[in-house]
Design a protein around this ligand. Structure first.
Ligand code: SAH
Ligand code: SF4
Length: 340
C-alpha cells in the first residue's frame, strides 16, 4: 500500500484513469487532503462508495511518529521517527514575514562536510516524498497554523534525492496542494553539478542556494569532500547556465569558521570569484557542535568580512541565528540515535 501523500496530482490523475474514473478526481482528492485536511477516505463525501473502497485498498494515511518536540521562543524542533525506525529532524522558525520550516531530505548524508553534524551519519536512505510532505503537515497540525515558507536545508543533500525532492516541490507548490508559493521555497545544495543543470530545466520558480563556504578549491577541498568531484569552477559554470535559463538570482551560503575561511583575503577572493553573477551572499556564523572541533568566527571578523563584500557592491547579509539553544540551528540536526 502506498502512502497517499506520496502522489503528485499527475500521479493521481494517472491513477484515476487507470481505475476508469475521471482525472479531475485527482484535484478533488487533493482538496480533501491539503485544504480540508481529512485523514480518512470515508470523509471524502463527494467520492462514490466504490471509489472510496478502491482508494482504501490502494493507499494509506500513515503518519510519522513525533518522538520529541523542543520549543524555544521563535523555534520548534521536531524529531520524527519514520516507519523503519529511522530518525530525522525538522525545524520551525517564526519570522516577522511568516513561519518557515526547514525540511530534511535524507536520513544521514553522504557528502561528509567536515563541519556538519548531519553528515556524521552516512546516508541510510533517501526520504520518500510523503515523508517530506508529512514533516510540513504534522508541524502545521501541531502549531495550528499554516507555514508560509519551506527551506530544504535539514538533514541530507536534496540533489542526492533529486526525483523525490522535485516531486515534493510539485506537491507543496500545487494550488490545491499546500499552495506554498514557489518563491517561498528554497533548495540548498552542496554543489552537485549535474543536478544543478537538471534543476535549470525544472519548471518551478523555486530558489536555489549553493553551499559554497570557501573562495577557492584549496579551502573547499579541506572542508567539503564533494569538492573533489565538482570544483568551484564547475559549479559556477553550471550556475551560469542555470541563470541563463531561469533568470533567477542565486544565493551562496558561506559559513564563517574561525581561522578557516574568514580572513580578509578570503573575502576579496570571494568577491573576485562571484563578480558579475547575479547572486547574493549569505554569511552564516558557524554553529558549533560538541562533536566537531571547528569554532565560529569572532563577531568583529564576521562584520569585517561583511564590510569588504559590501564595499565591493555585492549583495550580502549575515544570517540571523535561530535555534542554537535547542541545537536546531544549521548543521546541528542529526539522525544518530544514541545522541538524540
Ligand atoms: N545538504 C545541503 C542542505 C542542508 S545543510 C547543503 O549542504 O546545502 C544547510 C546549510 O547549513 C548548508 O549551507 C550547510 O553547509 C550549513 N551548515 C552545515 N553545518 C553547519 C554548521 N555547523 N553551522 C552553520 N551552518 C552549517
Ligand atoms: Fe550533507 Fe549539507 Fe551537511 Fe554537507 S552540509 S554533510 S551536504 S547536510
Amino acid at each position: 500500500m502506498e502512502n497517499i501523500y506520496n502522489l503528485t496530482v499527475e500521479d493521481l490523475e494517472k491513477y484515476f484513469l487507470s481505475i476508469d474514473e475521471k482525472k479531475f478526481k485527482a484535484v478533488q482528492l487533493y482538496s480533501w487532503l491539503y485544504e480540508k485536511r481529512v485523514t480518512s477516505f470515508d470523509d471524502m463525501t463527494d467520492m462514490k462508495k466504490t471509489v472510496i473502497d478502491r482508494l482504501k485498498t490502494d493507499f494509506s494515511f500513515d503518519e510519522l511518529k513525533i518522538v520529541k518536540v523542543e520549543r524555544d521562543v521563535e523555534v520548534n524542533k521536531y524529531l520524527f521517527e519514520l516507519c523503519d525506525g529511522s530518525l530525522v529532524e525538522s525545524v520551525l522558525m517564526r519570522h516577522d514575514y511568516g513561519t518557515s520550516i526547514c525540511v530534511s531530505s535524507q536520513v544521514g548524508c553522504n557528502m561528509g562536510c567536515k563541519f556538519c553534524e548531519s553528515g556524521r551519519l552516512k546516508k541510510v536512505r533517501d526520504l520518500k516524498v510523503y515523508e517530506m510532505v508529512l514533516q510540513i503537515l504534522q508541524v502545521e497540525k501541531d502549531i495550528k497554523e499554516r507555514i508560509s515558507h519551506v527551506v530544504i536545508m535539514g538533514i541530507g543533500e536534496p540533489f542526492d534525492n533529486y526525483l523525490n525532492v522535485t516531486n515534493f516541490i510539485r506537491i507543496i507548490n500545487h494550488a490545491k496542494g499546500l499552495a506554498i508559493g514557489s518563491r517561498h521555497i528554497t533548495v540548498s545544495t552542496s554543489g552537485i553539478v549535474p543536478k544543478i543543470l537538471e534543476f535549470a530545466d525544472f519548471p518551478y520558480q523555486v530558489n536555489l542556494a549553493v553551499s559554497l563556504h570557501a573562495p577557492n578549491d584549496k579551502i573547499r577541498d579541506e572542508i567539503m569532500p564533494i569538492n573533489k568531484a565538482y570544483k568551484i569552477k564547475d559549479i559556477l559554470d553550471a550556475l551560469k547556465i542555470y541563470y541563463k535559463k531561469t533568470n533567477r538570482r542565486i544565493t551562496f551560503e558561506y559559513i564563517m569558521i574561525d581561522g578557516v575561511n574568514d580572513k580578509d583575503e578570503n573575502a576579496y577572493e570571494l568577491c573576485e570569484l562571484l563578480k558579475g553573477l547575479n547572486c547574493y551572499i549569505n554569511l552564516i556564523p558557524y554553529n558549533e557542535t560538541n562533536n566537531i572541533q571547528y569554532k565560529r568566527s569572532k563577531n568583529d571578523r564576521i562584520l569585517k568580512f561583511y564590510d569588504i563584500i559590501k564595499k565591493n557592491n555585492m549583495s550580502v547579509t549575515i544570517r540571523r541565528e535561530f535555534g542554537s539553544n535547542i541545537s536546531a540551528a544549521c548543521g546541528q540536526l542529526r539522525s544518530k540515535k544514541e545522541e538524540l
